[in-house]
Design a protein. Structure first.
Length: 274
């Protein structure tokens, strides 16, 4: 049974460190996770006991469908976040873990690594995103679905082992494109509307076909497995009610933590090797 009280409390502690943290002792071992997302780049820092220490993020459009399309821009953002955290913590961040969408080829994995190394980190671990998320969730049996900005990543777990992964190009960017077309506004303005609580119910109806497509992707990928629970993570899953549509369309109980957006970067940091 997944302990969502534990997970949600863990995430709340991390949320409190977002841009708000203090200096640490010199020589303290720190775990760092760098999440190169389609909409945001996030850097999470934990102590050696895996307790949240710091979190910084920046909106970015340097990744598309899980692939780096602006190497220089991505490196600059990671370096900026690294410098900001180091200045506040008073220590140098040396090692970091990263994650990529499931099925990412070796060359594209290398590009992600080069971005983070170019910003001054030593990359000590590369994971797929749903597996990173599961470091937080602790799923032994079930499917973790990471719906990010560009893709929907899927990892099926049996007896705590990954038995299947997949990644398909549908995510939050597609929701924003639909909103942009519906309201006849720019993509950037559509992003703001998507995140607005004021328009949440109206927006939900507009983007429902995209959510149903995500549900179809999940259903298609798990059809050959005996799955009794779906666990949602990723920024797109912050959309209120998305879990209800996924559950209705797949016929499988669907859960999500309090802030799905932070689960994967948190899990990446937990897998940093120091």
């Amino acid at each position: 049974m997944v302990d969502f009280d534990r997970i949600n409390n863990f995430i709340k502690v991390l949320e409190k460190t977002n841009g708000n943290y203090e200096r640490v002792s010199q020589g303290e071992e720190l775990l760092v996770g760098v999440d190169l997302g389609t909409a945001y780049i996030v850097v999470v820092v934990l102590d050696k006991e895996k307790r949240p220490v710091a979190c910084e993020m920046e909106f970015a459009q340097v990744i598309k469908d899980g692939l780096v399309v602006d190497y220089s821009g991505a490196r600059s953002i990671v370096k900026r976040l690294k410098d900001r955290i180091e200045e506040k913590l008073g220590v140098e961040l040396i090692k970091a873990a990263i994650a990529v969408p499931p099925g990412t080829g070796g060359r594209d994995c290398d590009t992600h690594r080069y971005v983070v190394e170019g910003a001054g980190f030593e990359v000590t671990n590369i994971l797929d995103e749903p597996t990173a998320a599961n470091a937080v969730l602790g799923i032994e049996n079930g499917v973790v679905v990471d719906v990010g900005g560009g893709t929907t990543g899927i990892a099926i777990f049996k007896d705590n082992e990954v038995v299947y992964t997949s990644d398909e190009p549908t995510g939050g960017t597609h929701l924003s494109l639909v909103i942009s077309g519906n309201y006849k506004v720019s993509f950037e303005e559509a992003e703001k509307i998507k995140k607005s609580q004021e328009h949440s119910k109206e927006i939900f109806n507009v983007v429902l076909p995209v959510i149903q497509k995500i549900a179809y992707i999940i259903k298609s990928n798990i059809k050959n497995y005996d799955i009794d629970a779906i666990y949602l993570v990723g920024g797109t899953c912050c959309l209120e009610g998305i879990e209800n549509v996924i559950q209705k369309e797949t016929g499988i109980k669907t859960f999500k933590p309090i802030n799905p957006f932070l689960v994967t970067p948190l899990g990446i940091a937990m897998n940093c090797i120091i």
